[in-house]
Write a protein that binds this ligand. Structure first.
Ligand code: GDP
Ligand code: ZN
Length: 305
């Protein structure tokens, strides 16, 4: 029977079968995906074939090739990677223009990383119950910008049920990765989407514990209406790509498009002559913030915050 891995504890895996049942499984012998050097053979989101047996002795006998996956480098064994999650339909960066404010640098780095992983991505501007008129204007401006580039943009608040309708629709029957800084309201959103789950939400006073997370494996939550949510604490967990300088522009779709008109085909859009990208920035066809954040990644400046 086929199923989806929804939890991994290292040697035991929780698999949700096609008929909705959940079983605890072990993995057969040295089952591995071919050409894959990872510290873990299976990750959440993996599609597998299960041989059903008595309680806790069911076996994963086959791994279906992944359509995509995200990794984290093991700290000690630098060449080895850990697969955090597989078969992701979309990745949403949960952002807030207020309390705490998410920088555009963080958002753009997230989107570029998703491009590199070939995962469709989007932005979820959260806590919209707190927006002033001025903040609404700014968020709507950003929505227009990112929509024009091809990203999905959602605006929601777990405190305003009507704002959650579109989110429900967008998540239905899909595997969605949520990422974002601590305090932006991810747990509150997930609790709202999955009644009864009751994830711990952080109070404002514990938010300074940013980035301290003890979970080793990403968790996948089952949506009541169909679909899954993968919760990762931050971009460091989403995975850091070692961007090759010549490839950074490939992950900024609107820059990549224009770069075909640059004079040099290895143009980095810095100070080269006849750079179509720089012209487009000057003429406002490419947003200055996007170009700046492209440069930040190119120059390896830390824009995680
Ligand atoms: P996480 O760290 O991203 O999981 O964020 P939490 O869900 O723990 O929320 C962090 C803080 O923001 C908590 O104090 C929540 O009560 C608050 N919060 C979460 N969502 C909203 C929202 O939509 N509106 C407002 N005003 N506060 C929110
Ligand atoms: Zn150029």
């Amino acid at each position: 029977m086929k199923g989806t891995v929804i939890k991994s504890t290292g040697s035991q895996y929780q698999v949700m079968l096609a008929d909705g049942r959940q079983v605890s499984c072990r993995i057969r012998g040295n089952l591995r995906l071919k050409d894959f050097e990872a510290t873990n053979p299976l990750a959440v989101g993996d599609y597998v074939v299960v041989e059903l047996r008595d309680e806790d002795t069911s076996l994963v006998t086959e791994i279906i090739p992944r359509k995509n996956y995200i990794i984290r480098k093991s700290i000690k064994l630098s060449r080895q990677v850990q697969v955090l999650a597989a078969n992701i339909d979309q990745a949403l960066v949960v952002a807030t223009p207020v309390f705490p404010k998410t920088s555009l640098g963080f958002i753009d780095r997230f989107l570029a990383t998703a491009e590199a992983y070939t995962i469709p991505a989007g932005i979820l501007f959260n806590k919209c119950d707190l927006y002033t008129e001025e903040i609404w204007a700014w968020v709507n401006e950003l929505k227009a910008l990112y929509t024009s580039i091809g990203y999905k943009v959602l605006i929601a608040s777990s405190l305003q049920p009507e704002s959650m309708d579109l989110l429900h629709e967008e998540l239905k029957n899909k595997t969605t990765l949520f990422s974002g800084h601590s305090g932006v309201g991810k747990s509150s959103l997930i609790n709202n989407l999955i009644p009864g789950l009751d994830l711990k939400t952080s109070t404002l006073s514990t938010q300074h514990e940013k980035g301290i997370h003890t979970t080793t494996f990403a968790e996948m939550h089952v949506l009541p209406g169909g679909g899954f949510i993968i919760d990762t604490p931050g971009i460091r967990e989403f995975g850091i790509i070692d961007f090759n300088r010549n490839e950074v522009s490939h992950y900024f779709p609107e820059i990549f498009k224009v770069s075909k008109d640059c004079r040099f085909n290895n143009c980095l859009h810095l100070n080269e002559n006849d750079c179509a990208v720089k012209v487009a920035v000057e003429e406002g066809r490419i947003a200055g913030s996007r170009y700046e954040n492209y440069l930040s990644i190119l120059e390896n400046r830390d824009i995680f915050r």
